[in-house]
Every structure is written in structure tokens, then in C-alpha cells.
Write a protein that binds this ligand. Structure first.
Ligand code: M6R
Length: 613
């Protein structure tokens, strides 16, 4: 993970870097640091903890510089202390580096450098890389950019790096492989960052570095890009549509709460242009283009991690149920290491909010090599997974900053609903009547999501009752089983309460042993074909003194009599229900985390974008 930034221009670099790092803190927040060139000398400020801690050091010293690089860390090699924080110096102090990624062969490179007399202060792979670059500089008469290029030819692993050199206040050298790096081009200034959020308020002109590219950024020479094999590349400048308002908190206490409340709009944006209500039609460009492939596919394999994997599970119910195409949903991290059987007749759908998750990216690279058609469902436009896929569709949920994924999940589920319906219509496996009914119901979803959000006070009350529990169970059946998994993940990741999601009927095969008066169970108990059975499960829990928080439909008269708490949500076709049942679970987790004093947007040990395996 980790976030990197850089600046060269006529502004003061330290405030630009620090503001940029705060925007990238979602990528990691174990420690942070900046390196600037002040009077031709490199100065480094770095500290364990959040960017604000390091900012105090910079404010005290008030260094002046118009060139610098910065880093916010999610620790991989070495614990999150001051020494392991980036930037790292080479032994001579001549160059400084920041790095997002992992140098896999760092141990063997380090061994060679140790033999040549290099010493190391930190436990990081990054300090090895900066000394490898220094070693090239010392033994050849090449520029810094050339030395970086030569050094990277010896490196196995992933990197987005930025390097500066003492005495040269007109250059930053950057390179990318496996970790994202984007260059913002302003007037008489350049920015670098892991994504465009640090510089979007200054410029919307950007160049996304491709795999194994090295760039020299210089005010005098401009932008010069080469591959690590030394081929000159013409920069492709894109105009970004991102707006600054969309990455700020807009008056909410936390990004997570803002993002939960944005769901009526984000779902609407996912539907926009694809759900054509007056023509009773669904149109997804990528599906139209690859219609034959989809209709002739042996099966669809969905690969993803975390919340995106839960969206994939919902998709399995939708696509198999409506389009009758076999679907398998795989943890990306497991898929790639079990030599999966994949053929040219398979479609592999990668689901990822960030589009940068290393496990998911590697999974599709493997599937692509085996001949499958790769379809990407990403939120971040231009992200690595979106670019690696043959084809795909963006969720258009807008930037998601809170580490806990919320609006990205409902956007993914919305997009999968459209995909399932469209495939079903193309295959003729759905009746016209049902197709039209679902189109009408989908169109009404943003409004019903808003009605569900309006029940926030109930979620807050429930949170106040259960905020101190140590364990919590989440149950759901059918398409709401993945919602139970998602509810448990939300609670555990932001409140640090142990939570498990189960299919309601599985409870009797083990988890029921956990039930007692201290163990609340959250049950999705809306009106579906499983309703009666879920009611029986609730009875079983009540018989063992368990507490029940039930998500039911408006006007439910059965569960409300036996549950300890109910939240009544609007009725909707069962296939669309995850879009509503998820909302109270997000809100309950949010309020519990706030009441427990947890850092909601940046939970401990986590990062938004997991770019390590
Ligand atoms: O960016 P991605 O969707 O690929 O991320 C996958 C997971 O890392 C992510 O969903 C994670 O589980 C979230 N913290 C869940 O809220």
C-alpha cells in the first residue's frame, strides 16, 4: 500500500506535500515523511503515526523549498517506527527515495551491497533500493534517471518510487511497476501522486505511468518517459473529471458517514445511462460489445477480495438466478495459487473499488494468460485492474475515502444487478413481465435507499445498547447471506468487535453454541421465500436468551413481536433487497465504532488500497 506524493514548481513544496499526504492517508497511516531540497541539500522530516504528527516537525522547522517528495506508510518490511519511515537516504546521503510496493529480491540485493561495504539503518526493502541506485551512480557516469532505470532492471517486485538528488533542485525521477503512479501537469509545475486526489485542486491534466516506466520530471527539460528497457515513450496526457468537492467531508464527521449517505446518488450514478426506463431497457456498452462471448461462456468466474468479494457473492445469486449462467466466486488470493482450470470459454470478472488490489490484479493476469476474457468492475477510473481488463464497466460511485467500503459495495451490487438482468434478457431466460418489473423497481431504489437512511436514529439507538459487546453474529439467507458477511466485516474492521456472518440455516451446525444473553445476533428477516425458516432461527436464538436485532419489512408483525429491536425497511423484490438491507448494518457499525472511540475512517492495521499480496 502506502501513498506517495511529489512536487516541483514555484509553490512552497512542504504544504503541498503534507496536504497531498493527508488525502492519501487512506492508503496507510503507520508513519509519514517528506524529503525536500533546501539550498541544494536534502532535508528529511519523518515520524511514526499519522501525517499530522510529522506535520508538526515541519511546521517547527519551517523549511523553504519548491521541490520535494512525501510518503505515508502501511508497514510491510519492518515495524512502523521513525527509522523505518520513508523517505530513506542512500549511504552517502546524496539521494533520497520514497517507495510504495515490495522489492521481493531485496534480501539478495542487500547481501551484495553489504559485501561492498554498505550499511543499513532500517529494516526496509526501500533502503536497499536507494543504495542499489547509489551503487549504480558510483560505478557509472550516468544521470540519476539512468541510474534508476539500470537499478530497476535488477529488481523483482512492485514499486512506485520517487527519487531526488542532492544539488539538483530541478528533477524528480519516478518509476512504476505494480503500484500506481500518476503525474499531474500544471503550468510551470508538476505533481506526482499515487492517485490524482492530492493535485486535482491544482490541475486536471495527468499522465498515468504504465508498467516498468521511468520518468524524469524537470522544469527545464519537461517530462521524459522511458521504459526500463530504455525505449522512449510519448506521454499520453488525460483530462481528469474528478472534482475537489467529491474528496472532501462536506460537513460530515467522517468520510464513512458521508459515503453511506451518498448512496442514493451513487446508486443513481451507477444506473445512469444504463437503465433506460422509458424504453424498458438496460444497456451496458461492454456487455453489448462482448454479447456473444458472454452468451457462449461456459461459466463466469468472479475474483475479488473483502467487500468486493461479498458483492461477487451477491452477483452469483443474481446471474445464476436470472441469466442461468454458472458462476463461481473466488477469493483472488486463493484463486491464483491453486493452479485454477481456466479456458478461453471462461469470463473472469474482477471486482475492485480501488482497481489496485494486488491479489485481484495478479488473479486476472493469470486468467488472462490462460486465455479467459477479463471483465473489470472498478470504481477508480484508469486504475490498474481497469487497464489490465479486456473490457469492463465502472461503478461511478465517486471517490471512496473511508477505509470501510460502503457506497462502492452498493454500486457494485447495482452494476451486477444490471449485468444479470441484461444477460438474462439477451439469453431470453427472463420473462418480459419480470424484466419490466425489475426495471421499475431498480429505478425506485435510490428513493428507497434514502428512506432506509432516514431510519438512522434507530441504528444509533441499537448501537448505544450493544456498543460494549465482544462478539456479534450476523445471519441472512439466500441473496442476503452475503449481506450478513458484509455486516460482520463492517463491524469488525471499524469497531474491533469480533463478528461472524453465517447463512441463517447454518447456525444450528455450530454457531448456536455461542448464543447467550451477551451475544447479539443481527438477522436479515425480510419477506422472502425463506421468511418462515428465518423466523424459526430467531425463535431458536431467543430460546437461548440471545438478543435479536432484526431487519424486517415495513409493517412486519411477526418478527417485531419476538425480536429485541427491529428496523423496518421498505419492501422491494428480494433480488434487489441487498441494496436496502445493507444500509442499517453499515449505520449500526458506524455508530458503534464512533461510540467506542475508534478511528472510523482509518481503522488500525488497515489501508484502503491493498497493493501487497
Ligand atoms: O479496492 P478493493 O475493492 O479491491 O478492495 C478489496 C478489499 O481490500 C476491501 O473491500 C476491504 O475489505 C475493505 N476494507 C472492506 O470494507
Amino acid at each position: 500500500m502506502c501513498g506517495i506524493v511529489g512536487y516541483i514548481g514555484d509553490k512552497q513544496a512542504p504544504p503541498v506535500l503534507i496536504k497531498g499526504l493527508k488525502r492519501l492517508e487512506y492508503r496507510g497511516y503507520d508513519s509519514s515523511g517528506i524529503a525536500i531540497i533546501n539550498d541544494s541539500r536534502i532535508e528529511v522530516f519523518k515520524k511514526q503515526g499519522k501525517v499530522a504528527e510529522m506535520e508538526n516537525l515541519v511546521l517547527d522547522a519551517d523549511p523553504q523549498s519548491s521541490l520535494g517528495i512525501g510518503h505515508t506508510r502501511w508497514a510491510t518490511h519492518g515495524s512502523p517506527n521513525d527509522i523505518n519511515s520513508h523517505p530513506h537516504y542512500s549511504n552517502s546521503g546524496r539521494i533520497a527515495i520514497i517507495h510504495n510496493g515490495i522489492i521481493e529480491n531485496y534480501a539478495s540485493i542487500k547481501e551484495g551491497l553489504l559485501k561492498r561495504g554498505y550499511t543499513f539503518e532500517s529494516e526496509t526493502d526501500t533502503e536497499v533500493l536507494v543504495n542499489l541506485i547509489e551503487d549504480v551512480l558510483l560505478h557509472t557516469e550516468v544521470s540519476l534517471a539512468e541510474a534508476v532505470r539500470i537499478a530497476l532492471n535488477q529488481v523483482v517486485g512492485a514499486y512506485a518510487i520517487a527519487v531526488i538528488e542532492e544539488g539538483n533542485n530541478d528533477q524528480i525521477v519516478v518509476a512504476k511497476k505494480g503500484s500506481p503512479l500518476v503525474i499531474g501537469i500544471g503550468t510551470g509545475e508538476y505533481y506526482i501522486a499515487s492517485d490524482a486526489t492530492p493535485f486535482i485542486e491544482y490541475t486536471n491534466q495527468a499522465v498515468y505511468l504504465e508498467e516498468e516506466e521511468v520518468a524524469l520530471i524537470s522544469l527545464k527539460k519537461g517530462l521524459e518517459i522511458r521504459t526500463i528497457a530504455n525505449k522512449l515513450i510519448r506521454p499520453y496526457i488525460q483530462e481528469l473529471a474528478l472534482e475537489i468537492e467529491s474528496i472532501e467531508k462536506a460537513g460530515y464527521d467522517h468520510f464513512m458517514l458521508k459515503e453511506v449517505n451518498e448512496q442514493p446518488k451513487s446508486i443513481f450514478d451507477t444506473l445512469r445511462g444504463r437503465l433506460i426506463v422509458d424504453k424498458n431497457n438496460i444497456s451496458i456498452n461492454a456487455l453489448n460489445q462482448y454479447e456473444k462471448k458472454f452468451l457462449n461462456a461456459d461459466r463466469i468466474v468472479i475474483v475479488a477480495c473483502g467487500t468486493s468479494w461479498h458483492a461477487g457473492l451477491v452477483a452469483e445469486y443474481l446471474i445464476e438466478g436470472l441469466a442461468r449462467i454458472p458462476v463461481e466466486v473466488e477469493y483472488a488470493s486463493e484463486f491464483r495459487y491453486r493452479n485454477p482450470i481456466i479456458t478461453e470459454r471462461d469470463i473472469v470478472i474482477a471486482v475492485s473499488q480501488s482497481g489496485e488490489t494486488a491479489d485481484t490484479l495478479s488473479a486476472i493476469q493469470l486468467a488472462k494468460a490462460k486465455g479467459a476474457t477479463i471483465f473489470g468492475i472498478c470504481n477508480v477510473v484508469g486504475s490498474s485492474i481497469a487497464r489490465e481488463a479486456h473490457i469492463g464497466a465502472y461503478t461511478h460511485a465517486g471517490p471512496e475515502i473511508g477505509v470501510a467500503s460502503t457506497k462502492a459495495f452498493t454500486a457494485q451490487v447495482t452494476l451486477f444487478t444490471l449485468i444479470a438482468m441484461s444477460l438474462a434478457e439477451k439469453k431470453g431466460s427472463i420473462s418480459k413481465k419480470l424484466y419490466r418489473k425489475l426495471i421499475r423497481e431498480l429505478n425506485a431504489i435510490p428513493k428507497k435507499v434514502q428512506q432506509t437512511l432516514n431510519l438512522d436514529a434507530q441504528s444509533k439507538h441499537i448501537a448505544s445498547v450493544y456498543k460494549d459487546v465482544s462478539n456479534c453474529l450476523f445471519l441472512g439467507r439466500g441473496i442476503n447471506f452475503p449481506v450478513a458477511l458484509e455486516g460482520a466485516l463492517k463491524l469488525k474492521e471499524i469497531s474491533y468487535i469480533h463478528a461472524e456472518g453465517y447463512p441463517a440455516a447454518e447456525m444450528k451446525h455450530g454457531p448456536i453454541a455461542l448464543i447467550d444473553a451477551d451475544m447479539p445476533t443481527v438477522v436479515v428477516a425480510i419477506k422472502t421465500e425463506h421468511y418462515e425458516k428465518v423466523v424459526s432461527n430467531i425463535q431458536e436464538i431467543k430460546a437461548r436468551n440471545g438478543k435479536i436485532i432484526a431487519i424486517v419489512n415495513d409493517g412486519d408483525s411477526v418478527v417485531s413481536k419476538i425480536a429485541d429491536h427491529v428496523i423496518e425497511i421498505p419492501e422491494v423484490d428480494e433480488r434487489l433487497s441487498p441494496l436496502l438491507t445493507t444500509i442499517p448494518l453499515q449505520l449500526i457499525s458506524y455508530h458503534i465504532a464512533v461510540m467506542r472511540g475508534c478511528h472510523v475512517d482509518q481503522p488500525r492495521n488497515l489501508a484502503k488500497s491493498v497493493t501487497v499480496e
